[in-house]
Write a protein that binds this ligand. Structure first.
Ligand SMILES: [Zn+2]
Ligand SMILES: [Zn+2]
Length: 66
């Protein structure tokens, strides 16, 4: 899988992570680490506090709702 934001800019970067909210592939430059408490059971993620990898758009939404 390739990085989605990079692909939109016609760049070819391999994805090293996947946004746990929207499922986009992300390279290291575009991956945002966020520690989230329980809840948010998104496509099989376990229910515990852990670091989620988010894309920039999803990270922004999370910040606004904090
Ligand atoms: Zn990228
Ligand atoms: Zn996302």
């Amino acid at each position: 899988m390739n990085c989605y934001p990079c692909a939109r800019e016609n760049m070819d970067a391999a994805a090293v992570a996947i946004c746990s909210v929207c499922g986009k592939g992300l390279c290291l430059d575009h991956a945002v680490e966020r520690e989230l408490p329980l809840v948010q059971r998104v496509s099989g993620w376990v229910d515990q506090s852990l670091v989620h990898i988010l894309c920039a758009e999803c990270a922004e939404v999370k910040t606004l709702t904090d």
